[in-house]
Write a protein that binds this ligand. Structure first.
Ligand code: IVH
Length: 673
């Protein structure tokens, strides 16, 4: 069945109106209503229809123009060399087709050399240097006319006001992307939230909003950066013959270029680069939405030329979108190990960040209310790297007539105990403790986890079965399980039952720190467990310690001391600990180390990136063995950051805070002598 001609024409009109509307929201207001991926889909649908029905193509179609309008408050700048855009590829086949088109047009047999670069997710700028001096900066605007943002760009510290070195052309128009690194974005949003000001949804919007400020003093406060990726107008001077060499020249003149830029040969090279950048993406410290491939030779570029708005010699290979739009079917409450109630959105399944997502966290009741998320709403979901998918915002324009507002339940949805939310805390909790099935399951999962008692093969599904069948009420019951009993469970053969019993047996030999951590005392993470084990001579001492004694341990404050103290005052907890020890759980009591052996005592380390000589966990163990503390996040309390390769945002944060950074060699030296 074919759609009638008038139906197609109508759809084309609809799409154009919709795209124009979103262009305006995105470019002019810096306040998009829909995620980029959704916008891309509208454009693709329109392009497909126009390709199939060229008679419907009009010069004013949004596919025939690059971007947007100029805000009247800024001066206008005409780009003498238009700022074009790029065609997109999503699948490897589309990259193959691009390469085939290039070779075909050039009548070229061997593999083509391509310059490969990250596709930065910020906003494009053109910066003109005359005789080496910055004279003008402009946004892309609609590609022909942009906005004059000279005053704002001058405040971006990584933009040189005067070029370095020599050999630059008399007029050099450098083009690049202004963006906000993730660490800076997060810090800025945190400050805004503390002051009760508006926060930005993502670094791209934050960068756009910051650059398009009428008051340059505001821009100057914002952590903006720039990477240059090409040139526009060139007068009185020449440039090298390859794009990669031009980048080299720009760098030499003090214009930053992406350090990840490189040259690859043929389609295999391109796809290889794509794969590498996809892996590196989470640790880059700034957002990219894909990579760009450009024919490296300028003479070949010239031969290939342009179509309408984009060069034939380049293409953007996009990553799976990290933000997508979907609807909320329901909002349920999940009960965690410490009883914390987390609102979880059940979603119309959606493909985002490379996987299909049907649940997203709403963090806590305060977040839920702040974002005003309701059942029936259309929302933006974000899944970046391996982070738990979250609801970013509600698309208010799409709210249907009837939505359901979700309130904090008065009683725990799992066990019925009262829910309490202390004044001033964001988190509400079930007061049922280990009476609550959900808390029991979560604490068993924690107990068996790798960094705790490390019971191999005892996963979440199995724990659910064990608790639901009534076989296990607390951690000590695990050690009473027999192979016979286990073999009766779902999907549990004799062999795996035997393996699990062996794994349980093996887990009994542990360390005091691991044991303390496995108990799941509120706020006692690995670092605190190590500090406790290092400070006291035995478990008995810890369990008898007064609040004051506990607070003598470095970094244990009154709140954590209260949690530890309270835990050991509960008879029920003491019973479980006794039962665990009776069933054979044991550790060697740590010999008190002489002072010389504890020379990292009082020092806090954070390890980031990949070390070549040891795993991160081994490095942490070494630090702890020498009396130091190893934690996961950089703060003002961090004494050293140990940075391996590909360190990511923690390194930037440490630099900002002025924390000394050790490379692997320096760290090895520190722990060796
Ligand atoms: S080259 C003629 N290189 O993507 C080629 N663009 O869709 C013009 N972008 O407006 C662009 N990173 O804002 C190029 N390494 C890169 C890029 C890049 C991000 C943006 C830029 C441009 C848009 C094109």
């Amino acid at each position: 069945m074919t759609r009638s001609a008038s139906k197609i024409e109508q759809r084309v009109r609809e799409l154009r109106a919709e795209i124009e509307h979103h262009n305006y929201r995105y470019f002019v207001l810096d306040d998009p209503e829909i995620p980029d991926a959704e916008f891309d889909r509208l454009v693709r649908e329109l392009k497909t229809l126009e390709d199939a029905h060229p008679e419907l193509l009009t010069p004013d179609s949004p596919t025939q123009r690059v971007g947007s309008y100029a805000l009247s408050a800024f001066g206008e700048v005409r780009h003498r060399v238009p700022m074009l855009s790029l065609d997109n590829a999503f699948e490897p086949e589309e990259v193959e087709a691009f390469d085939a088109r290039v070779r075909d047009r050039l009548d070229h047999d061997g593999p083509i050399e391509y310059a490969c670069e990250p596709k930065l997710d910020g906003l494009a700028v053109s910066i003109v240097y005359e005789d080496g001096v910055l004279v003008q900066a402009a946004t892309r605007g609609d590609g022909t006319t942009g906005e004059d943002v000279t005053h704002n760009v001058r405040t971006v510290k990584s933009v040189p006001l005067r070029l370095h070195g020599k050999g630059w052309p008399g007029v050099l128009e450098a083009r690049g992307e202004v963006f906000m690194p993730i660490a800076g974005f997060e810090a800025m949003n945190r400050r805004a939230q503390e002051r009760g000001e508006k926060t930005f949804v993502n670094p791209r919007n934050a960068a756009a909003g910051s650059l398009r400020q009428l008051d340059p003093r505001v821009t100057a406060e914002r952590p903006l950066e720039v990477y240059f990726y090409g040139v526009g107008l060139i007068e009185r001077g020449g440039l090298p013959e390859r794009h990669s060499q031009i980048l080299g020249s720009l760098r030499k003149w003090g214009l930053r270029t992406a350090p990840e830029a490189t040259v690859k040969r043929g389609v295999e090279g391109l796809l290889d680069y794509y794969g590498q950048m996809l892996v590196r993406r989470p640790s880059l410290g700034y957002q990219i939405d894909g990579v760009v491939y450009k024919v490296d030779s300028l003479s070949l570029q010239q031969e290939l030329g342009y179509v309408a708005r984009a060069p034939r010699w380049a293409i953007a290979h996009k990553f799976p979108a990290e933000e997508e739009m979907t609807t909320i079917r329901d909002i349920e409450w999940q009960v965690g190990r410490t009883g914390a109630l987390t609102p979880v959105a059940r979603l119309e399944p959606v493909f985002v960040g490379g996987v299909t997502v049907s649940n997203a966290t709403l963090h806590n009741i305060d977040e839920l209310h702040r974002k005003d998320v309701r059942v029936g709403d259309t929302v933006v979901i974000r899944r970046a790297g391996d982070v738990i998918p979250e609801v970013v915002e509600v698309l208010a324009e799409r709210r249907p007539l009837h939505t359901r507002i979700v309130r904090l339940p008065e009683s725990c949805p799992v066990c019925g105990s009262a829910v309490v939310k202390p004044e001033g805390e964001a988190v509400a909790r079930c007061s049922g403790g280990l009476y609550c099935g959900a808390q029991r399951k979560e604490s068993l999962r924690h107990f068996a986890s790798r960094r705790a008692m490390d019971v191999e093969g005892l996963g979440a599904k199995l724990i659910d079965q064990l608790v639901d069948a009534g076989y296990v009420k607390n951690a000590a019951d695990l050690y009473g399980l027999t192979a016979d009993r286990l073999a009766g469970l779902d999907r549990m053969g004799e062999k795996s039952a035997g393996n699990l019993v062996d794994a349980l047996e093996k887990s009994k030999k542990t360390t005091l720190a691991r044991f303390l951590y496995s108990l799941g005392i509120r706020d006692v993470g690995e670092a605190t467990a190590h500090a406790l084990a290092g400070h006291f001579a035995s478990l008995e001492e810890i369990s008898e310690a007064s609040m004051e004694k506990l607070e003598e341990v470095p970094d244990i404050g009154p709140v954590v001391a209260q949690h530890i103290h309270g835990f050991f005052r509960e008879q029920h907890n003491r019973d479980v600990i006794d039962a665990l020890r009776r069933s054979g759980v044991e550790w060697a009591s740590p010999p008190k180390k002489p002072a010389a052996e504890r020379r990292l005592s009082g020092k806090t380390f954070v390890i980031t990136g990949t070390l070549s000589g040891m795993t991160r966990e081994e490095a942490q163990d070494r630090i702890r063995a020498l009396g130091g503390k190893a934690t996961g996040s950089v703060s003002a309390k961090t004494d050293y950051l140990v940075a391996g390769s590909d360190p990511g945002s923690k390194r930037q944060k440490a630099e900002k805070l002025g924390i000394p950074i050790l490379d692997e060699k320096a760290f090895q030296a520190l722990i060796a002598n």
